[in-house]
Design a protein around this ligand. Structure first.
Ligand SMILES: Cc1cc2nc3c(=O)[nH]c(=O)nc-3n(C[C@H](O)[C@H](O)[C@H](O)COP(=O)(O)OP(=O)(O)OC[C@H]3O[C@@H](n4cnc5c(N)ncnc54)[C@H](O)[C@@H]3O)c2cc1C
Length: 305
């Protein structure tokens, strides 16, 4: 290989776009946020996502809002909607009731999670009468209805896990309980994902593992989130975002470039499914999908007026 070889391969030229994408949103708190969310869904829906998902706030704090958002997506768009659901501070009966309401609203996909302790820094403890963890929740949902079920996976190991192999065993338990696929926590180096995918395959996990891609909108908040969930933020990323606080447009361009480059490397390693943490903003995810060759699909459903 000569030093000129990279120049001979234009980045992102003729990327096939033969990928499946999904988008994650959070339930809006205010009318203004609700507007932004629907604009984002409207922008992203022509890309034909295989599903969009809506998160569930700590301790069920967004129960109503998550339900309303997911039900509205199911009602007004042709996009399959997935509802996140956690075990935190609720009995099995209460959680089953929420899942039942989803089923009745036409929602067929649940992202089943244990959730985090309601007060940051505390150790997680199971609610009396509640589901013990995500694997237990998956088994409970399976008994209720034939939901499609996604679960969480941690390429850099969940902070509560004693070691990476225990974490993989935990993922295997979730799959064996009936999960359809795993979606990963965000990460910034492609090797992190490839290593994890290999380890999961060695443990006999043959279900889809979809990388969760986090475009960096605000570097300081990504650093904070990463510290909490054990995601490594490479030093070179810090240097790239240095000096951009007062330059939001430049920051967006840098963020899109980084996330697209990570996705391109994952694609080169055989990944064909991508899940984007949109933070309810469409532009970055749209740009990244575009760079990966995804174009609006003729006839793709758009949000009803
Ligand atoms: C794609 C994705 C979406 C998410 N969406 C949300 C959301 O909408 N709302 C929200 O509040 N949080 C969300 N989270 C965060 C998630 O709730 C936290 O990471 C939580 O701490 C773990 O949830 P889990 O489902 O991975 O738990 P689990 O898989 O149940 O377990 C997490 C860890 O706990 C330990 N553990 C579990 N069971 C046992 C056991 N029996 N014995 C020993 N150790 C055990 C293991 O170390 C395991 O790695 C999301 C995370 C991801 C990756």
């Amino acid at each position: 290989m000569t030093i000129l070889d990279p120049l001979a391969a234009p980045l992102f030229a003729d990327v096939a776009g033969d990928i499946d994408v999904s988008f994650e949103f959070f339930p809006p708190k205010t009318e203004k946020m609700e507007e932004t969310l629907w604009e984002s869904i409207e922008t992203l829906s022509p890309l034909g996502p295989r599903f969009v998902s809506v998160t569930y706030g700590a301790g069920g704090s967004t129960r109503e809002r998550t339900h309303n958002t997911v039900a509205r997506i199911a009602r007004e768009t042709g996009i399959p909607a997935a509802a996140h659901l956690t075990c935190v501070e609720a009995t099995k009966e209460e959680i089953d009731q929420v899942a039942q309401e989803y089923w009745e609203a036409g929602v067929r996909h649940i992202v089943a999670l244990r959730g985090d302790p309601p007060r940051a820094g505390e150790k997680y403890s199971t609610h009396p009468g509640g589901y013990e963890n995500a694997a237990d929740l998956v088994a409970g949902l399976r008994k209720l209805h034939p939901f499609e079920i996604s679960v969480a996976a941690y390429p850099e190991c969940h902070p509560d896990s004693p070691n990476p192999s225990a974490d993989i065993e935990n993922l295997k338990r979730k799959m064996d309980a009936g999960a359809t696929r795993a979606i990963t926590q965000f990460f910034f180096e492609p090797e992190t994902f490839f290593r994890f995918r290999d380890d999961a395959a060695k443990a006999g996990i043959d279900a889809e593992i979809v990388p969760g891609i986090m475009p960096v909108m605000n570097f300081a908040s990504v650093q904070r989130m990463s510290a909490m969930c054990g995601t490594d933020v490479p030093a070179w990323m810090g240097r790239l975002f240095e000096g951009l606080d007062a330059h939001p447009a430049a920051r967006q361009l840098v963020a899109a470039t980084l996330a697209a480059e990570l996705s391109r490397k994952l694609y080169a390693g055989g990944v064909r499914q991508f899940h984007f943490y949109t933070l309810n903003r469409a532009e970055l995810s749209y740009a990244i999908c575009h760079l990966l060759g995804v174009r609006p699909k003729v006839g793709a459903e758009v949000v009803a007026a």
